[in-house]
Design a protein around this ligand. Sequence first.
Ligand SMILES: [Zn+2]
Length: 338
Amino acid sequence: MKAQRIYGTGDMRAEELPAQPVGENCVKIKILKTAVTHSDNLIYEGKRAVKFPLTLGRHCVGMVTEVGESVKNFSRGNKVAVSPIKACRKCSECAAGRFDSCLNKLEYGISEDGFFRDFAVVGAEDLYRLPERIEDSEAMFLEQIATAINIVGKLGLEKGEHIAIVGATVTGIILAQVAIYYQAVPILMDLRRDRLDVASNFGVYYTVDTTESDAYKKIFSLTGGRMAETCVYMAQGIMPLTRTFDFLSNRGRMAICTDGGKELSADLSAAVSKQLDIFGISGMGKNIPSAINMLANKSVKVAPLISKEVKLDEVPAALEEMSQHPDKYVKVIVNMNS
Ligand SMILES: [Zn+2]
């Protein structure tokens, strides 16, 4: 088995690993595509602590090549996506079906070997069948689409409501599309003009370049002075959290969905006086099947978010390039067949 493994900050090596045995409830897959994700960048740059050595790569699409003797619902040749989270299926969160919030969860590419390798053995319960009409590269966005669906659900976003999205991250751009699908009105803001242009091309018609315009004034004007019913705080670098409470109407709903990397603080006085509902959201909920559905129906478009495709042995160079130029690439796909 060929793999790219990380041994320390900036130290990634090609390695030949022994084949893994296929347990009775497991499936062996030949990995077709994987992607470089934010957590891979953080680990490579030494900004996220993990146990080395580790195979990075949080997402993958694969072809089933072997199934364990107790596996009934998959067979050789099935195309599948793997959940980025390996849940214990025993704790109270798992018992309630909230596998992404499992108290003992392992995450591929972070606390469990990920997918920068040619073959992987994974639990059958973590697999999702992919319809033919979804391209392998598109499936690299399932986690972000599922997270966006989770946010919309938690906020109870309704038709015609405004949703101010602070941060044109990949999830932020996808969330704007999901909001449009739900007939809500996204207002997407960022200081990266190129990211806003990508969103505009997806049909997100209200964007705010915060280096040029005042987001408060724009939302005031778009909502006739009523301000937004909902707001989602995705990225800390755009503006302080405290300022975003001004974007909301009284009894507005706010979701905070940053990756938890940096300390997050705010003056909550405006949140109290406006009687805001504030939700912390860090996962996908049970939304991977819905995300597959949205991709299959072309309700969400992701292809323009792909910056480039590399081979497995080019992954270390890609990670180095991304650490030197963090805003140059949106999503880098790894094609295992090239
Ligand atoms: Zn669990």
